[in-house]
Design a protein around this ligand. Structure first.
Ligand SMILES: Nc1ncnc2c1ncn2[C@@H]1O[C@H](COP(=O)(O)OP(=O)(O)OP(=O)(O)O)[C@@H](O)[C@H]1O
Ligand SMILES: [Mg+2]
Length: 308
């Protein structure tokens, strides 16, 4: 079981238009409505892999209701704490050439009582194998929220996983089971330059020394790296025609955690994760991976152990 926490989810409205023109009415051929947010993405991909998950976090207003409805319609269980202010709506305008104009709506402001209620609600359900804390926080939410949740999870024997940028440092010091930075995020976290597998490995070891048990570094088209107590593995990404890699990191994380929760080795978990990430890079726009693409790509992923 994987529980995900999305503090600031969104309702993504994608307008498909023939072209972008200003000062005139552009008629959309189609409007797609989808739940958005990094933790939400992890839960959606886990569900496509057939792995049980609960999407948790904050929602409010009609947009919040719709996010929950859309998730349930896909078979994702939800357990959101409610606030009065409406959840943000994002507008994505995509033309026939595939170019996107992305407008991210402002998130609601949350007060301290609501944050405390959220933290309590996260621990009401039976303990999961992994508790995923993913994405940016909201205005009013203390910057050490992930660190606080990670500490509480550790007390309950729950492995916490953090995929965030600015909040990563504080969470590390709290002791987390796994982090999933990309090359830039790992570079910022450790003050190292991360430009290839060898430099990613060195920087991941620095992050491990600071408190993360496992570091899974995603390297875009260069695949991903597992760094943990058992050693280091690199997985290559199959070459595919990339449409949009948005959400690829979230899909990678879902694959890795679903496999680990089912008892897979680090190498096998990394391979499934890379197949999910690459399958997501193939799909258009904000779409996540299709199960059939994951199954087709998985045998093409090559995993190498880096230390003897
Ligand atoms: N151009 C690409 N070709 C093949 N696979 C890719 C490509 N870009 C991304 N991937 C796959 O997706 C995984 C995650 O990618 P990436 O490192 O871009 O994550 P990220 O930056 O965290 O993305 P996001 O935060 O938008 O979800 C990679 O490990 C790889 O498997
Ligand atoms: Mg990412």
């Amino acid at each position: 079981m994987i529980h995900t926490v999305t503090v600031n989810p969104a309702l993504d409205l994608t307008y498909r238009v023939p072209g972008l023109t200003f000062d005139d009415t552009v008629r959309a051929q189609e409007v797609l409505r989808a739940p958005g947010g990094k933790g939400v993405n992890v839960s959606r991909v886990a569900t496509r892999l057939g792995h049980p998950t609960v999407a948790m976090g904050f929602v409010g207003g009609r947009a919040g209701d719709e996010i929950e409805d859309l998730l349930r319609a896909e078979g994702v269980r939800t357990w959101f704490a409610r606030h009065d202010a409406p959840t943000r709506t994002n507008a994505i305008v995509q033309d026939d050439a595939g170019r996107q104009l992305r407008i991210s709506g402002p998130g609601p402001r949350i007060d301290a009582d609501q944050v405390a209620a959220l933290i309590d609600s996260l621990f009401e359900l039976r303990a999961p194998a992994f508790l995923v804390l993913s994405g940016s926080l909201l205005p009013g939410v203390p910057s050490d929220l992930y660190a606080r949740v990670a500490r509480r999870a550790a007390e309950d024997g729950v492995a916490s996983v953090v995929d965030a940028d600015a909040e990563l440092g504080a969470a590390l010091e709290a002791g987390v089971a796994l982090i999933k930075p990309n090359a830039y995020e790992l570079g910022r976290l450790t003050g190292r330059e991360v430009h290839d597998v060898a430099s990613a490995r060195d920087a991941a070891d620095v992050a491990r020394a600071r408190g993360a048990d496992v570091v899974v570094t995603s390297l875009g088209r260069n695949g991903a790296l597992w760094s943990g107590p058992e050693g280091h593995w690199h997985a290559t990404a199959p070459e595919v025609e990339v449409d949009s890699a948005l959400g690829a990191g979230d899909a990678l994380l879902a694959g890795v955690l679903a496999a680990r929760a089912d008892g897979a080795s680090p190498a096998d978990a990394l391979a499934l994760g890379v197949a999910c990430g690459t399958a997501t890079a193939m799909t258009p726009g904000t779409d996540l991976c299709r199960r059939e693409d994951v199954d087709a790509l998985r045998p093409q992923v090559r995993v190498t152990r880096l230390d003897a």
